[in-house]
Design a protein around this ligand. Sequence first.
Ligand SMILES: [Zn+2]
Length: 133
Amino acid sequence: MKPSSGEILRGELLLEHNTVHAMIVIYCAKHHKKTRQQHHSLCAECMALSEYAKVKLDRCVFGQNKPTCNTCPVHCYRPEPKEQMRQVMRFSGPRMLLKHPILAIRHLRHEKRAVPEVPKQNVSNRHLRKRSK
Ligand SMILES: [Zn+2]
């Protein structure tokens, strides 16, 4: 199943969600074989985590200028999904270069950039999306 993030996310944020979704797929395939329904790439729990990541990306205060989550000074995740995501990243991070080299290299290059200041104006994808309607 494809992530539904293309409906709301744009640009860098969409690529970021594609990356995180791919990492969750890798993790779920290895750890949740039993709970995953046939023909679905994710179990219900992992689907919820991917959706949660999508909402957070949509509302990220940096908007298109978002630093990688790993280097971000803003802690926007609740403790439980944060811990889930930490496990996913630890497992899938090293496997991404083989499975999705283009997304992985983009992410690694992004990680080396300086972390921007938190913008004073609201530039979140959600804000701009609502305003453009
Ligand atoms: Zn799963």
